[in-house]
Design a protein around this ligand. Structure first.
Ligand SMILES: NC(=O)c1ccc[n+]([C@@H]2O[C@H](COP(=O)([O-])OP(=O)(O)OC[C@H]3O[C@@H](n4cnc5c(N)ncnc54)[C@H](O)[C@@H]3O)[C@@H](O)[C@H]2O)c1
Length: 260
């Protein structure tokens, strides 16, 4: 019988709360030992600093604002512990995390987040992918303040129909729309990397939520997926599916019959 994995959650906002509630209810194979949040939170486990949490855990689940992730990554990976990371964009915005990971025996794991089809895309990648595109459509207000919108002087209030705002690589999208590219980053890591993965950002004043449409083409297959997510009730920038993708990833590591 394997010992349970000691696990903690850093960041207990919209997505972290979903994970903490699932861990408190019990996920087979895990011992929920702590959380870390600057706010007061109560999930029946102690609220610790990143360093204390990393020390106590075998694995830490990250649900933080992206700019905080390098600090957590350092604390977790330098102790050779595993990091399950929902803020995939951090790896594009802060490449130093890759250097920390390269020197660590700990691993970085990324769940599917708000998109679908990464299992098939990873499989096709073993044979070869020719092109990978993700088109994200959201209401113009969801793009307000993005560096690209500011630098290009785009008046979001004047957009009337579904309008293509940006097209570029996932790496370029990271600079242009840092708050909107987790999905593009995850796709790029599952497939052909951030330079070759293409990103389109559409603004639609009639959009109710966020839609992510992926098209990946390789020799033997074309994969197309589309996910419509309503905004999370507590954080409209996130969708609950991303939180449940973390719970699903944890469940997968211990089931007797598992679809991976
Ligand atoms: N991969 C995906 O598909 C996907 C989808 C949605 C969101 N995300 C990303 O997931 C992350 C979390 O999203 P969310 O909606 O839960 O965010 P949130 O803002 O609701 O929660 C963030 C939590 O982190 C805490 N926090 C902030 N600074 C901290 C610090 N220094 N130390 C400890 N805790 C701190 C906050 O108090 C808050 O509880 C974001 O980076 C978001 O971009 C990824």
């Amino acid at each position: 019988m394997n010992q349970d994995i000691k696990i903690g959650v850093a960041g207990c906002g919209a997505l972290g709360t979903i994970v903490c509630n699932a861990l408190r209810d019990g996920i087979e194979g895990y011992d929920f030992v702590g959380v870390s949040d600057i706010e007061e939170v109560d999930f029946g486990v102690p609220n610790l600093s990143f360093a204390e949490l990393a020390e106590k855990c075998d694995m830490v689940v990250e649900c933080l604002p992206p700019k905080i992730v390098p600090e957590l990554a350092q604390d977790v990976l330098k102790r050779d512990k595993d990091l399950m990371m929902i803020s995939a964009c951090s790896l594009l915005l802060f490449p130093e995390i890759n250097d920390i990971a390269a020197k660590s025996n700990g691993r970085i794991m990324m769940p599917s987040g708000a998109i679908a089809g990464l299992d098939a895309i990873s499989a096709l990648n073993c044979a070869g992918i020719d092109s990978a595109t993700i088109a994200t459509t959201k209401h113009p207000r969801g793009l307000k303040g993005a560096p690209y919108i500011v630098s290009e002087n785009i008046d979001l209030d004047k957009i009337e129909g579904n309008t293509l705002i940006f097209r570029g690589s996932a790496l370029e999208a990271a600079q242009a729309f840092p708050a909107n590219i987790n999905v593009a980053a995850t796709l790029s890591f599952a497939g052909i990397g951030p330079e070759k993965t293409q990103v389109e950002v559409w603004a639609d004043p009639n959009a109710q939520g966020n839609c992510h449409e992926i098209t990946v083409k390789g020799g033997s297959s074309t994969i197309k997926t589309s996910v419509d997510n309503l905004p999370d009730p507590t954080n409209p920038k996130s969708s609950m599916l991303a939180g449940y993708s973390l719970v699903a990833a944890l469940r997968k590591s211990h089931g007797k019959i598992v679809v991976i």
